[in-house]
Design a protein around this ligand. Structure first.
Ligand code: G1P
Length: 267
């Protein structure tokens, strides 16, 4: 069973400047909830019981948000606004936090979760990618496949060929059920992507990924890349990709952010 998840939320959010100077993109409001709450709820629906959030110096707002606010509660009670107290409810899940001291990439951030994870399979949810699903959440889809295959699985979406340079891209063989057996994976290929199947921000890993994260060389963009660790994992274990069914919004892109705000208004 997959019971633990890591949410890496330490990036600078440079695509969202200037607002990300003071508001982490994970805290961008979608209606009255911040983006990261959708991610936490998706994990909880999948049966995740403990989440490690990787933060950085400028992300204390995330920690504050998921804390009780006694001051506000008392204020609502004293001012006869008890009916609003429910709005202060925070997701009932055990959250842990650690700081990534230097922005050295996604691979480095996930590596910080080694002690938290121990010797168990675990999920990773990138909070930039909000995935709206009609039936089950994206991470539930991956965990179900993990239960069948007992192997690491990455979330996939078919993309336009001219978009692939923004993603990790897999090469592999298609099986049934939207499943791919991965042969190779490349981070943000400049040319000749191995397919048009891109990695979206949902993963389930076996703990075998940790030694590989620790021995990573600096990769694309001068950062330690999770994708490179997956490429190394392929040498020792099978890995799969699963096409996820929900609609994906990359809130690092202004257009996607505005789209999801409107979509949530309608629902
Ligand atoms: C990260 C991963 C990339 C993946 C993408 C999905 O890139 O490195 O492999 O395709 O997330 O959103 P980033 O968007 O952080 O540059």
């Amino acid at each position: 069973m997959v019971k633990k998840a890591i949410i890496p939320a330490a990036g600078y959010g440079t695509r969202g400047l200037p607002i990300t100077k003071v508001i982490p993109k994970e805290m961008f409001p979608i209606g009255v909830k911040p983006a990261i709450q959708y991610i936490v709820e998706e994990a909880m629906e999948a049966g995740i019981e403990q989440i490690l959030v990787i933060v950085s110096r400028s992300k204390s707002m995330i920690v504050d948000y998921f804390d009780e606010s006694l001051e506000l509660e008392t204020f609502l009670e004293k001012s006869n606004k008890q009916h609003l107290k429910g709005k202060l409810d925070i997701p009932k899940i055990q959250l842990y936090y650690t700081r990534q001291p230097y922005a050295k990439g996604l691979g480095d951030a996930i590596r910080l979760g080694e002690t938290f994870v121990g010797n168990e399979p675990f999920a990773v949810l990138l909070p930039d990618d909000i995935i709206v699903s009609k039936k089950e959440g994206a991470i539930t889809e991956l965990i179900k496949q993990y239960e069948k295959k007992r192997a690491s699985i990455v979330g996939l979406k078919k993309m336009e060929w001219n978009q692939l340079h923004q993603y990790g891209v897999i090469g592999g063989k298609k099986e049934t059920d939207g499943l791919y057996k991965i042969d190779n994976i490349v981070e943000k290929p400049k040319a000749d992507p191995p397919s048009n199947m891109a990695v979206v921000g949902r993963y389930v890993f076996t703990p075998a990924i940790f030694p590989l994260l620790k021995s990573l060389q600096v990769g694309k963009g001068g950062e330690f890349q999770l994708t490179d660790a997956i490429q190394d994992l392929l040498k020792i274990e099978q890995c799969f990709g699963k096409c996820i069914t929900g609609e994906r919004f990359d809130i690092g892109k202004v257009e996607d952010y505005l789209d999801i705000v409107l979509k949530m208004k309608k629902e």
